[in-house]
Design a protein around this ligand. Structure first.
Ligand SMILES: Cc1cc2nc3c(=O)[nH]c(=O)nc-3n(C[C@H](O)[C@H](O)[C@H](O)COP(=O)(O)OP(=O)(O)OC[C@H]3O[C@@H](n4cnc5c(N)ncnc54)[C@H](O)[C@@H]3O)c2cc1C
Length: 594
């Protein structure tokens, strides 16, 4: 079975030494968020995730969820419900939510750290509260006051959970195709009818009520994505006074059988004239969804990061224990029948790849968390605007790259175990199966790439990218003359110039041929991810240089590995971008199969 130990030392390093979170929170007027308090929260989060959630990870995978077809009730794996009650008891359900609605209003950057721990400990379980977060965001920003009181407060307090109901059989990425209908009723509510598929936490036994946030069409709605509205549809009906009534006409019709995250209930939900309340303006549902996308996509990026961290920890332990063959340069443990496999360069390649992607990825993700805090609390409108642009640029990179790297890291970790990795007992194959969903839901990698290239780079004229490039250039200037990081600064400057030129090149080609955007998008996304990590690794070396010598040495060695062996992947992505759309589009669809 795989185990999990929250990487508190690196989490603290990234939050406090690298990102200067304590000073940032004070500057944002968050004097309540002292280092002492946040340390205590992180430690308690580590205790809860290690001792309560992590032991349930394999149990959830083995048992899965079960549906009673007669009632539509779903039973979660043994221990899941009890863990949720402890989660609520510990006040975790509303960690970063506003105090007005029962939350603790702690900084988002800390919430991000806790989310990483939850996902590493038990991704399937983490999906239940995760979807509540999306519902909280939607109701906070778009709900009427009575809706916030009636729906938001019980979700923040953990008494109810939330879902996001977008997907239908004929409508996945392209939400303009959705068919679920909403008919107005005399009491101001709407009758919601249709079928949604793949709904995470659509039904479960954690709480008595579930608030489904459903995208549907009003009778006179325009066709396509401009005619979609958002509705709150509770499992138990709720009136405008917040009074809970009888069972609503919404029911789980089936549970999907999946490759991984078996403990997460993925439901077919049937709405049969169910009572729903319009959230936000008619026909503006898609825009409401877009405003929630940053936090939902960052949250899925953290799932990739969490799984990669757990995979790394377990493969590192195994590589130190497993004895096979002697080191090429002579025995390292002559008293043993063979050396531990960590002596072999190829095993080190797999371990260091994970370490570099996990620790660099953590800096990338937590930085996004601090930007959310700046946007929420800065009194300077210019600073908020710049943070919005930068966050918008980083989010598709965080979602797309952290999940692709999560898949890669769980693959390397399994490979470190040899054939034992393929055997269920060690839990490594579960991590690899669980990781696979993260590149698919909440927008596939291809869709993140289109968002980055088509929207953030071209439509928004690269405002976020300019912020990113400025941040890197400022760092390089500030470090001029610092011997600790000198070896990384020139390559970083050259990389930034190339990154900008690639962006300009895509824009120029796209002006002549729109297919160029789609042809370049995946490679531009991955290039951007590796470039961003080059920045975070150089900064990590600078930030750790004056700290504990062993820690600083490990950061420097990993940064060198990153620059020497992973950053060259940008060469391949650059070549693919520059090859343009021609090689992709010239073969007619009917000729793929000769
Ligand atoms: C376990 C699980 C849980 C989920 N939870 C939820 C949930 O809680 N709520 C919810 O509403 N949905 C949920 N989903 C649905 C999920 O978000 C969708 O599966 C996902 O958005 C992709 O849609 P699709 O599966 O229909 O694929 P499609 O949209 O059919 O895409 C198929 C392929 O085509 C590519 N593609 C499509 N359009 C384009 C384009 N314009 N350009 C380039 N490439 C394109 C995609 O990248 C993909 O590779 C869940 C799915 C799963 C499997």
């Amino acid at each position: 079975m795989s185990t999990y130990q929250a990487p508190l030392q690196d989490i603290r390093f990234v939050l406090f030494d690298l990102l200067g979170a304590e000073a940032l929170f004070q500057r944002l007027g968050r004097d309540d968020a002292s280092r002492e308090l946040l340390d205590a929260v992180l430690e308690e989060g580590a205790r809860f995730t290690q001792s309560v959630l992590a032991p349930l990870n394999a149990i959830g995978d083995t048992h899965g969820c079960t549906l009673d077809p007669a009632t539509g009730a779903v039973t979660t794996p043994p221990g899941f419900r009890d863990a949720y009650l402890q989660f609520v008891e510990g006040g975790w359900s509303g960690l970063a939510a506003p105090a007005t609605y029962g939350g603790q209003e702690l900084p988002h950057a800390v919430d991000v750290a806790i989310k990483e721990m939850i996902d590493a400990a038990n991704l399937a379980w983490g999906n239940f509260p995760l979807l509540s977060h999306g519902a909280v965001d939607a109701l906070m920003r778009h709900g009427e006051e009575w809706q916030r009181e009636a729906f938001l407060r019980p979700i923040v307090e953990g008494r109810w959970t939330g879902t996001m109901c977008l997907t239908e059989p004929q409508c996945g990425t392209d939400l303009g195709l959705l068919r679920t209908r909403a008919e107005p009723r005399a009491d101001g509510s709407f009758a919601i009818s249709g079928t949604k598929i793949f709904i995470t936490a659509g039904e479960h036994d954690f709480t008595e009520n579930i608030v489904h946030l459903v995208l549907a069409r009003l009778p006179d709605a325009p066709a396509g994505s401009k005619g979609i509205s958002l509705f709150a549809v509770p499992k138990l009906r709720v009136d405008r006074e917040g009074k809970v009534g009888e069972r609503n006409a919404v029911r789980c019709g089936a549970l999907e059988h999946k490759m991984g995250i078996h403990g997460s209930a993925t439901c077919v939900m049937n709405f049969d004239g169910a009572q729903g309340w319009l959230v936000g303006e008619p026909n503006k549902g898609l825009m409401a969804m877009f405003t929630m996308m940053n936090s939902a996509r960052l949250a899925v990026g953290l799932q990739g990061l969490g799984l990669a961290e757990r995979a790394f920890q377990n493969s590192l332990r195994y590589a130190n224990e497993r004895l096979q063959s002697r080191s090429l340069s002579g025995p390292k443990q002559p008293d043993k029948p063979a050396d531990p496999i960590i002596v072999h360069p190829d095993v080190r390649r797999m371990l260091l790849t994970q370490k570099a992607l996990v620790e660099g990825g953590r800096a990338l993700a937590f930085h996004a968390g601090t930007l959310v805090d700046v946007i929420a609390h800065s009194g300077d409108a210019g600073e908020r605007e710049r943070a919005e642009a930068l966050l918008g640029f980083i989010i598709p990179i965080a979602k797309g790259c952290l999940t692709e790297w999560g898949v890669e890291c769980t693959y390397h970790a399994l490979q470190c175990f040899g054939g034992h990795g393929y055997i269920a007992e060690h839990g490594m194959e579960q991590l690899a199966r669980d990781a696979r969903i993260t590149t698919l839901y909440e927008g596939t990698t291809g869709i993140q790439a289109l968002d980055l290239t088509g929207r953030k780079l071209l439509q928004l004229r690269g405002a976020g990218m300019q912020e990113m490039l400025r941040m890197v250039a400022q760092f390089c200037d500030a470090q001029a003359g610092n011997a600790d990081v000198a070896e990384f600064i020139d390559p970083l400057r050259a990389l930034v110039a190339e990154w900008e030129a690639l962006g300009r090149g895509i824009a120029a080609r796209a002006a002549a041929d729109p297919e160029e955007v789609g042809a370049a998008s995946y490679d531009f996304l991955m290039y951007s991810g590796y470039a961003a990590l080059a920045y975070w690794w150089a900064r990590s070396v600078a930030a750790s240089a004056s700290g504990a010598p062993g820690f600083a040495e490990a950061k420097r060695a990993t940064a060198r590995f990153y620059y020497a062996r992973l950053l060259p992947r940008t060469r391949q992505h650059k070549a693919a971008i520059e090859a343009g759309a021609g090689p992709l589009m010239s073969l007619p669809a009917e000729r793929f199969s000769p």
